[in-house]
Design a protein around this ligand. Sequence first.
Ligand code: FES
Length: 158
Amino acid sequence: MPVETKELKMSEGLLSFITEWKKKPGNLIMILHRVQGEFGYIPKGIAEELGKMLDVPLAKIYGVITFYHFFKLEKPGKHTISVCMGTACYLKGGQDLVGELEQLLGVGCGGTTDDGQFTLEAVRCIGCCGLAPVLTVGQEVFGKLTTDKLPEIIAKFK
Ligand code: FES
């Protein structure tokens, strides 16, 4: 039976993954990856449920989540705008892109818009340095950007 939390429940697939990994070393990180794959972040209720299932203190689970920046504690927006802050992009104005997006979206870096449409984040080099400065929205890459192109990109995903 799926485990229900306040509003979210673990799928059968996730539950069997947890059962399979329960006793294996390094299981917590593997399971957290799987949870984030399923929900897009680590919901609090699911973290609590995991603690009970694995007999691990909640503080330890949150210790792991916060140590690895990969894990998210907040539900991401429908679209994640990831601005590259690798060296090439930084030197070509990546910071200006972040500043302008913060203005346009009304959220800080790492934040999600109130309507749940966009999450803004800064990321390391994504391997398209020849197109610097770049950002991605989901799987789509936008390169050789200037701040004046940003409203158009946002509009495309609204
Ligand atoms: S530094 Fe931005 S893609 Fe490499």
